[in-house]
Design a binder for this molecule. Structure first.
Ligand SMILES: [Zn+2]
Length: 92
């Protein structure tokens, strides 16, 4: 029986949810940053609960802080596009 809590916090609004309900962004060991659609990729991860929270986190540089790296504009755009596809909401 797996009763272990897997709660993670949205880096933008601070909402707590089971990690399977959040969107994970991962920084791999090579420094590249990407949207982790599996939620299992190796590396430091950060979670957001929605597309809107991703945009907010990106705008305020919270993603950089959470991942302890400098996320490039290119990566922000690519991750945002992937997230929008998953969230079904491309409103920026
Ligand atoms: Zn949020």
């Amino acid at each position: 029986m797996d009763v272990q809590k897997r709660v993670r916090t949205c880096i933008s609004c601070g909402a707590k949810s089971d990690k399977t309900l959040l969107y994970r962004i991962v920084r791999a060991s090579d420094g590249s940053t990407s949207f982790d659609s599996t939620g299992r990729a190796a590396g430091r991860g950060a979670y957001v609960c929605s597309w809107a929270c991703y945009v907010e986190a990106a705008r305020k540089g919270k993603l950089d802080k959470a991942l302890k790296t400098k996320v490039s504009q290119e990566d922000y755009g690519r991750i945002g596009a992937e997230l929008a596809a998953v969230c079904g909401d491309s409103e920026a």
